[in-house]
Design a binder for this molecule. Structure first.
Ligand SMILES: Cc1cc2nc3c(=O)[nH]c(=O)nc-3n(C[C@H](O)[C@H](O)[C@H](O)COP(=O)(O)OP(=O)(O)OC[C@H]3O[C@@H](n4cnc5c(N)ncnc54)[C@H](O)[C@@H]3O)c2cc1C
Length: 385
């Protein structure tokens, strides 16, 4: 990874464009949706319509033909306003979009990915199972060939947006004899909720709040055409490992956005809130906290953009993305927790967004590989590169 990189005017324009979108579409409604537990389906679709979902994909598949620094800036700005929306873009680009773009056939690239980029399809990625979390290759969902169809059977948990998805990329075992990484394939399931055998068991109540849709799903003899296999049979695990590099880059950017939002809210509050006859920022205990927040946010951003820059130069970024994801999401958790403290009782209330930032940050330390698993990835690379 190069030690130096730069953002161009193009990237700053991208940041401005996303911020305008957030101010117009997200910020007026986020607290209402959060309080009422409403999934922001229209916003998630309108992100696509605004050209912000398919940022790094080529224009011939409906993308914006921009680079991964633009993608990172986009996800960061969305997360500064609402992590839920940033997460939707990240799933679309990383775990779903990347394998479709890189390994899919013409229909999968142009129609499936095209629909995702345009916001016509909300996509979901179904890997995790009750007994296969960090050890994802231990999954038990099967896809068996029956003539010109695949028949899917299995139980998935934590499929983000699964219950509202127009398309689910399911990770399944297609070869019974093989265990572990081999014999795992990717099967696309368009319009899953119009199909026999796809059952939403429940939406998992979770720390992120009731607007979030984290679904538990069952697939009971779900039939899809044979051509819904993405890429080669048995190579799915390798494909998702590559997609995870992009997913982790995007999750790092989510961490940066959450940290930035928490910092800005804290700084503004510390300027205005007076106790003992002076703004609380003038107490060094609070001022130093603000200085540390700003420093860590900037460090997280630089690590994230450096990983994106390396990807833009064609490098494989497994280590860089894992480093950025771990550092930025740990920083987000610490900064959001400090933000609640700076705001005192108001930070603990739902009148300010910092308790939401704290709940959102916790999730980023867990998905796209827990930060322990990401540390293992970094460690492994240190001894193999
Ligand atoms: C908000 C949210 C959204 C998610 N979205 C999706 C999604 O869209 N699609 C999907 O497929 N999955 C999704 N997930 C699932 C997520 O990928 C898993 O939760 C994650 O991989 C960890 O699996 P687990 O929860 O089963 O934890 P476990 O694997 O049971 O781990 C429990 C603890 O043990 C630690 N641990 C496990 N193995 C090791 C090891 N080798 N070394 C050190 N520590 C270890 C973990 O770090 C963790 O702290 C989501 C999860 C959350 C919370």
């Amino acid at each position: 990874m190069r030690e130096r990189f730069e953002l161009t005017e193009r990237h700053e324009r991208q940041r401005e464009q996303v911020r305008e979108f957030c101010e117009r579409e997200i910020e007026p409604v986020v607290e209402h949706h959060e309080r009422e537990g409403i999934f922001p389906e229209e916003i998630v679709r309108s992100v696509g319509e605004a050209g912000l979902t398919g940022v790094p994909f080529p224009t011939d598949v409906g993308g914006e033909g921009k680079d991964y620094r633009s993608f990172a800036v986009t996800v960061e700005e969305l997360a500064r306003s609402w992590k839920l929306v940033a997460g939707a873009v990240n799933i679309a680009c990383g775990l779903v979009g990347y394998p479709l773009e890189r390994f899919g056939d013409d229909t999968q690239r142009e129609q499936w990915l095209g629909n995702v980029c345009a916001g016509e399809w909300i996509p979901a990625f179904a890997l995790t199972e009750p007994e296969a979390g960090s050890d994802a290759a231990g999954l038990e969902t099967t896809a068996q060939r029956d003539g010109d169809q695949w028949v899917l059977d299995g139980h998935k948990v934590w499929t983000t947006h699964g219950a509202v998805a127009d398309f689910i990329l399911v990770v399944a075992r297609t070869s019974e004899g093989e265990r572990g990484h081999d014999g795992i394939s990717l099967i696309g399931v368009p319009n899953p909720h119009d199909r026999d055998g796809v059952k939403v068991v429940r939406n998992i109540p979770c720390m992120e709040g009731d607007a979030a849709v984290e679904s538990e799903l069952r697939f009971d003899s779900v039939r899809v055409p044979a051509e819904n296999l993405v890429g080669e049979e048995g190579r799915g695990f390798r494909y998702i490992m590559e997609g995870l590099d992009i997913g982790r880059l995007g999750t790092a950017a989510q961490g940066v956005g959450i940290a930035q939002g928490a910092f800005e809210t804290s700084k503004e509050f510390a300027d205005e809130r007076e106790q003992f006859g002076q703004p609380i920022r003038e107490f060094q205990g609070v001022g130093f906290t603000l200085a540390d927040m700003a420093t860590e946010t900037e460090a997280a951003r630089l690590l994230t953009l450096a990983a994106a820059d390396a990807r833009d130069r064609g490098e494989r970024i497994t280590k860089e993305a894992a480093m950025a994801k771990t550092f930025a999401t740990d920083a987000a958790m610490e900064i959001a927790t400090d933000a609640v403290q700076v705001l005192g009782s108001r930070g603990y209330s739902r009148d300010y967004p910092v308790e939401r930032y704290m709940r959102e940050a916790k999730g980023t330390q867990i998905y796209d590989g827990t930060n322990e698993i990401n540390r293992l990835v970094v460690l492994n690379r240190l001894y193999t590169e």
